[in-house]
Design a protein around this ligand. Structure first.
Ligand SMILES: Cc1cc2nc3c(=O)[nH]c(=O)nc-3n(C[C@H](O)[C@H](O)[C@H](O)COP(=O)(O)OP(=O)(O)OC[C@H]3O[C@@H](n4cnc5c(N)ncnc54)[C@H](O)[C@@H]3O)c2cc1C
Length: 460
């Protein structure tokens, strides 16, 4: 495996299940495994400073926690009641699917959308059906066509900002809300399609899960369960096919390269790094991967003395860009996760995220300035008037892939070319979804695609 993030580690664990006798090696370029899953101590409390939750309504993340020995630590948020910063005050988040309203009556009650905006949104029920005819479009364009601009600006943008750190008018509708797009032909109302996509028997399950002690515990547990040999500080620089079958991976410096031989290789690194590795062996795939843009974000995690902290509601809030604030989301980690509150024992830990695709310049200030910017916005949002007892700033440069319009076709092109090369597969956040369960699913797909190419496979 090249890449020791959750995708590479999940691939190693799945390969161990499929081939118990295999020698599995994970090459990780940095000094630690886990990629975007990372823990740090803030105010004496060890918390996540990267991904902090996983979807519970698809099975892969929670299942991996169980098979890695962390089943007993799987927890669900104490509250998921999020709020929205709307016209300078916090209001209850309307019910939506990625910002697509599900219930216009409830949306009207929240007061998030103006009266003229609601009148325009109601046209969703009567406008002629939107047919994509197999095309892709941006989720912003789709929602604007059905509900008007205000719904995009005030609902879709903050939701997409939270998940992709991206922009509604650039992110692919087919990638971001495939279940809604699939239903578009059945009913002309997008609100009805979104409602249908969220209904069904599984909707009784909590939407999210986490791990007591932090999602950042998962990588080490998965690595241990995989029995893989982990090589840290080992950046893969090039890939070459061996004449007799199998692969050579070049690691080490240009002056002192080291060649590793493998029957099969899974490339589980971000798109640009994958593009570099594939440029010789799968040039068309490399070209497509190189075109995937990434957003940079920063997380400011702060610890406060409980007695100083104002009363807050719910798990946190999202901020639409039209509000022209610096933070795009804030999570009251102490309220969302019981384990964070308990570990704090009188210290409350919370975090703010800043940065969107192409707004990287906003992050080009010192850590201290980012903390000040977060505090200014928190003062206006929740009336916070005290300083944190401790803080930590985690920058995730190029942290989140942007699924632009046409993303699914792009990935199909990548997989088609890589799939023609025996013993090679790709997985990770750039492909089928950037959430943790989607990354794990892509790892499972990568392993399944290789099994026939490994020694001992039944002849085809
Ligand atoms: C701030 C933030 C918050 C998030 N929050 C959530 C959340 O709450 N829930 C959720 O589901 N998802 C969340 N995500 C998304 C999710 O965490 C990531 O999409 C996912 O962890 C990516 O996993 P990965 O293995 O594909 O990639 P990565 O985590 O990027 O791992 C790739 C690894 O490959 C290594 N590498 C790169 N190049 C090479 C090379 N040439 N050779 C060897 N190693 C190399 C890197 O050092 C890295 O360790 C969040 C993401 C960010 C940035």
């Amino acid at each position: 495996m090249i890449g020791g993030g959750i995708a590479g580690l999940a691939a190693a664990a799945r390969m161990r299940e499929e081939r118990p006798e295999a020698e599995i090696v994970v090459l990780e370029g940095s000094p630690r495994i886990g990629g975007k899953l990372q823990l740090a101590e803030v105010g004496g409390v060890t918390v996540d400073v990267g991904a902090e939750a996983m979807l519970n309504r698809r099975p892969e993340g929670v299942a991996l926690a169980h098979t890695s020995g962390l089943g007993a630590a799987v927890v669900h948020p104490a509250t998921t009641a999020a709020q929205l910063w709307n016209r300078s005050e916090l209001v209850a988040m309307p019910r939506t699917l990625m910002g697509i309203p599900i219930d216009l009556r409830q949306l009207a009650e929240t007061g998030v959308i103006s009266k003229p905006g609601m009148a325009r949104a109601a046209m969703d029920a009567v406008l002629p059906a939107t047919s994509l005819d197999g095309r892709d479009t941006s989720i912003g364009a789709l929602v604007e066509e059905r509900f008007g601009r205000e719904v995009v600006d005030r609902l879709v943008e903050p939701l997409l900002g939270g998940v992709y750190a991206g922009h509604a008018r650039e992110i692919s509708a087919r990638a971001a809300v495939p279940q809604v797009v699939a239903l578009l032909d059945r009913d002309r109302s997008l609100a009805k399609a979104a409602a249908q996509a969220t209904a069904g028997p599984i909707s009784d399950l909590p939407v999210f899960a986490g791990i007591a002690g932090g999602m950042g515990r998962l990588p080490a547990a998965v690595a241990a369960a995989s029995g893989a040999r982990i090589e840290l500080d080992t950046t893969a620089r090039a890939l070459a096919r061996r004449p007799g079958g199998g692969w050579t991976v070049v690691v080490g410096s240009a002056d002192e390269p080291r060649l590793l031989q493998a029957d099969a290789v899974i490339v589980a690194v971000p798109a640009r790094a994958a593009a570099r590795l594939l440029s010789e062996v799968a040039p068309a795939a490399a070209l497509e991967l190189a075109r995937i843009e990434y957003a940079s974000v920063a997380l400011v995690t702060m610890a406060f003395a409980e007695r100083d902290f104002p009363a807050v509601h719910g798990s946190g809030f999202l901020v639409p860009p039209v509000e022209k604030r610096m933070i795009k989301a804030s999570t009251f980690s102490f309220a969302k996760w019981d384990w964070v509150r308990q570990a704090g024992n009188g210290t409350l830990v919370m975090r703010c995220s800043l940065g969107r695709h192409r707004d990287e310049h906003q992050l080009q200030v010192s850590d201290e300035e980012l903390v000040e910017l977060a505090l200014t916005d928190l003062a206006d949002a929740i009336g916070l008037s005290v300083r944190p007892v401790d803080h930590q700033v985690q920058r995730w440069g190029g942290g989140l892939p942007q699924y632009a319009v046409g993303h699914l076709d792009r990935i199909a092109t990548v997989r088609a070319e890589v799939g023609r090369l025996p013993g090679l597969a790709v997985c990770g956040a750039a492909y089928d979804g950037l959430g943790i369960p989607a990354c794990i699913a892509s790892a499972h797909l990568a392993v399944a695609s290789l099994l026939d190419d490994l020694p001992g496979a039944a002849p085809r």
